[in-house]
Design a protein around this ligand. Structure first.
Ligand code: RAM
Length: 344
């Protein structure tokens, strides 16, 4: 029942996904109703996961009578985001939600935004606590790391070589998850599991494909590739499927059901995890307005209502700043993937 309700809600926002695709593709501005202008800056264009976060953000801002401005650079670099943020400062936006391409490098430009009176917070991929008022986190970062190691252990049958295919080497969300994975792997239970390499596909499809091919070539006994990125996991599962390696090398990680259904079905990725990216963006839109109206300042203990998602409380984050957590990661497998593949 709970799932049904969730699906109906998500299906209603899917219209916003389609509606916002054009604005996203051009990296341009989205005109909207009156009120405040709230900006969202994703890592890079061309990422379906990012499109869904933006759709949720835009829907939430419009629901509250504001105007969303969605921008993404062509490449996932800090330099490109700095240029965009400089433009947003000139445009005197009310708030900036940053999905950081680097933890520290954006601090000068985000401080400039703060000094101009703009409310700055991060979402998905955090920036350092000095650069943000708070962070919108999809799920508990440690839980994601532990869950992915348990999956690798299970799929490898308890021993053998595993590798990680990540996004960029600077992405703070992936780096945090990988740190927690390494901590978990250090436990005695995983003594026979050998992490041979962390490769970086930069959230670019072609680079993720070639990095996967490189891993398979360098490590012929590789049993599992864990990709904590929706772009990486889809590329890795495609390579394993195309090369008839299903059953020899397993892929798992964080994937979009719409992109991964065929690979869950063919067994190259027996199961994977994610959360609802539309809801991550939607939650962000309520943080934007709560910060801008002064209802919250971003300190631990601050409470606010996030529309259809209900009440949230800001908590202390492991990096010394604060964050708000959407909820636990969700497991997608053969038994439920058909229910989700058309939702996000
Ligand atoms: C990619 C991006 C995003 C991350 C997901 C899991 O789409 O790197 O930031 O949260 O994967």
């Amino acid at each position: 029942m709970k799932n049904m309700v969730k699906k109906v809600i998500v299906l209603s926002t899917i219209m916003a996904v389609i509606g916002s695709a054009a604005a996203f593709a051009g990296g341009g501005q989205q005109a909207g109703g009156g009120g405040d202008r709230h900006a969202f800056v994703f890592k890079s264009t061309g990422n379906p996961y990012g499109e869904r976060q933006i759709a949720g953000f835009e829907a939430g801002i419009k629901e509250q009578g504001g105007t969303p401005i969605s921008r993404s650079p062509d490449l996932p670099t800090a330099e490109a985001q700095i240029q965009i943020i400089d433009q947003l400062i000139s445009q005197k936006v009310t708030s900036i939600c940053i999905v950081g391409n680097d933890f520290d490098a954006l601090q000068p430009v985000l401080t400039k935004a703060k000094n101009a009176g703009i409310k700055v917070y991060s979402l998905d991929s955090s920036v350092n606590p000095a650069s943000r008022l708070t962070h919108v986190n999809q799920a508990d970062s440690e839980k994601i790391g532990v869950t992915l190691v348990e999956a690798a252990y299970d799929l490898a049958g308890g021993s053998g070589e595993i590798a990680i295919l990540s996004a960029t080497s600077q992405a703070s969300n992936q780096n945090l998850w990988i740190d927690y994975m390494k901590k978990e792997l250090a436990k005695p239970k995983y003594a026979n599991l050998n992490l041979v390499k962390v490769a970086y596909g930069d959230d670019l499809r072609d680079k993720s494909v070639s990095e996967t091919e490189g891993l398979l070539l360098s490590y012929p006994n590789l049993k599992v590739i864990v990709a904590p990125t929706t772009v990486g996991i889809a590329a890795a599962a495609k390579v394993v499927s195309d090369r008839n390696l299903i059953g020899k090398v397993f892929i798992t990680g964080l994937g979009l059901p719409s992109e991964m259904a065929e690979y869950i079905d063919n067994g190259s990725c027996p199961y994977m995890y994610l959360w609802n990216p539309i809801d991550v963006g939607y939650l962000g839109s309520w943080v934007a307005t709560a910060l801008s109206s002064g209802k919250i300042t971003g300190k631990a203990g601050d409470k606010f209502t996030a529309g259809r998602l209900g009440e949230y409380t800001i908590v202390a984050a492991p990096d010394g700043g604060t964050e708000v957590l959407l909820g636990p990661p969700f497991k997608f497998e053969k038994a439920n993937i058909n229910d989700w593949k058309s939702v996000y």
